[in-house]
Design a binder for this molecule. Structure first.
Ligand SMILES: [Zn+2]
Length: 90
């Protein structure tokens, strides 16, 4: 039993990317930007992980939901047999 695991994770200061970069537009017509804030399964990544501020997270959520409605983004990935197999094995 050893408890001295090597810490590979270096905590970096999180910051709101929309506050830092004013050129980064938060818009439902830009799924390329919104895609960076969702998982590969299409879930919106929380504020605690991305570091987005409350104001921008609210706008981001709205933009993502709007983009999904406009079919610019996925609600979820296609449930292929391969994905099913993977989840079945877990
Ligand atoms: Zn912000």
């Amino acid at each position: 039993m050893s408890n001295n695991r090597v810490r590979k994770f270096i905590p970096r200061k999180k910051y709101c990317r929309f506050c830092a970069d004013k050129t980064l537009v938060l818009d439902y017509k830009r799924p390329d930007i919104l895609q960076q804030f969702v998982t590969e399964r299409g879930k919106i990544i929380g504020r605690r992980i991305t570091g987005t501020c409350a104001k921008h997270q609210r706008a981001l959520t709205r933009a993502i939901k709007r983009a999904r409605q406009m079919a610019l983004m996925y609600y979820t990935t296609v449930h292929s047999t391969e994905v099913k197999k993977k989840t079945m094995s877990i």
